[in-house]
Design a protein around this ligand. Structure first.
Ligand code: NAP
Length: 291
């Protein structure tokens, strides 16, 4: 049971909207289970109010906060320091306060790679194919580079956005080669994929019958490949069902969500997060617990 007192320390999530966020549930369950004197609040902040909101957080001594759409990039100039990983991704999802001011980092990378680390693979020999070239795809690229992957193929449906995505890595010091391709090249590339990542919203609730990959193309996926969908609802997605039918290993987005939250919690509280409790809270909320 969460007890809010006069000494309770504040955490939260900023965004517009934040009503849909599962983070308050996940973090408050973790806080309650550890019996620590914190509370995690939804903090709706419009873009025009972002600067004032950050100053207000400083004034009331907020310990730290998560950031969701649309502030992940626009918050960067308002912070004192940005971690190397967040600079690599070009987006911040976690902020914490120090004597030097607000520090921004990005725990999506750790969230993405933690489930993969359970598999014994030679990542240097792994060919990665990423579907989509938006914000999440950027975290996937940095995560794959951290794992040691050297070859990444990114597919997008918009040539201009693909070009900007490719150009954005020119000055990066990631030891990874990034190739961008038009969507039409998927059937050809999928045959080389040892790790296939869906970083598009295709197949997300309510469009649960959709998949970014058609059956014919999925039939080319190597049997021992890992298919990773960043979507966490539905669970599993059509994409993961197709991949499993093909004999691939399936990883869903729920674990990434849990692990990015756990990494942020550790930064704020300096304590080992109760990951099982956090996962259970989300599974319960999303109706994923087997009875
Ligand atoms: P984003 O920045 O909007 O990027 C989405 C990408 O998907 C863009 O490249 C977009 O292309 C592409 N796309 C959209 N619809 C498409 C379609 N019908 N066919 C082909 N490509 C399409 O979104 P994001 O933040 O990267 O998020 C992507 C997904 O990851 C979402 O489902 C999100 O919920 C999930 N996610 C999960 C976690 C987690 O913790 N599990 C974390 C972050 C994100 P255009 O630019 O051409 O539209």
């Amino acid at each position: 049971m969460l007890q809010i007192t006069g000494t309770t320390k504040l955490l939260g999530v900023i965004g517009d909207p934040v009503e849909h966020s599962l983070s308050p549930l996940m973090h408050n369950r973790a806080i309650a289970s550890l019996g620590v004197d914190y509370v995690y609040l939804p903090l709706p902040v419009k873009s025009a109010d972002l600067k004032n909101a950050i100053a207000g957080f400083e004034a009331i001594g907020l310990v730290g906060f998560s950031i969701t759409i649309p502030h992940k990039q626009t918050i960067i100039p308002l912070l004192s320091e940005i971690s190397t990983v967040a600079q690599g991704v070009g987006a911040v999802n976690t902020v914490y306060r120090t004597d030097q001011g607000w520090i921004g980092t990005n725990t999506d990378i750790e969230g993405f790679i933690t489930p993969l680390q359970g598999y014994n693979r030679d990542w240097t020999q792994t060919t990665v194919v990423i579907l989509g070239c938006g914000g999440a795809a950027r975290a996937v690229v940095v995560g794959c580079a951290q794992l040691g992957c050297t070859e990444i193929h990114v597919l997008g449906r918009n040539q201009e956005k693909l070009g900007k995505f490719q150009d954005s890595w020119i000055n990066s010091d990631l030891a990874i080669t990034i190739h961008t391709h038009a969507w039409e090249q998927l059937p050809e590339l999928i045959g080389q994929a040892n790790l296939l990542v869906n970083a598009t919203p295709v197949g997300m609730y309510p469009n649960i019958e959709q998949s970014p990959v058609d059956q014919l193309a999925m039939a080319r996926l190597p049997e021992n490949a890992i298919a990773y969908d960043l979507i966490y609802t539905p669970n599993p997605t059509q994409f993961l069902l197709q991949a499993k039918e093909r004999g691939a290993i399936a990883i869903d987005g729920l674990e990434m969500l849990v692990q990015q939250g756990a990494a942020a919690f550790k930064i704020w509280l300096g304590q080992t997060p109760p990951v099982d409790i956090m996962r259970h809270a989300l599974q319960e909320k999303l109706g994923l617990l087997k009875t």
